[in-house]
Design a binder for this molecule. Structure first.
Ligand code: SF4
Length: 63
């Protein structure tokens, strides 16, 4: 699975980093970035949860 943050949509609230720090990190630009590509199998469930809970649907997942 691969994850992508749509930078134009991200509002930088950090929900995805709280839910799945294995895959997302906040950077100085105030946006979340993907740090694991592909997503490690053991982090997939948390990554899906992060995607579902992003308040602006800024995370895309590719299975
Ligand atoms: S949860 Fe969504 S809006 Fe919040 S930092 Fe992550 S990608 Fe950005």
């Amino acid at each position: 699975m691969r994850a992508r943050v749509i930078e134009e949509e991200c509002i930088g609230d950090g929900t995805c980093v709280d839910e799945c720090p294995e895959v997302f990190e906040m950077r100085d630009d105030g946006l979340a970035h993907v740090i694991a590509d592909p997503v490690p199998p053991e982090a997939e469930e948390k990554c899906r949860s992060a995607c579902e809970n992003c308040p602006v649907d800024a995370i895309e997942l590719e299975e």
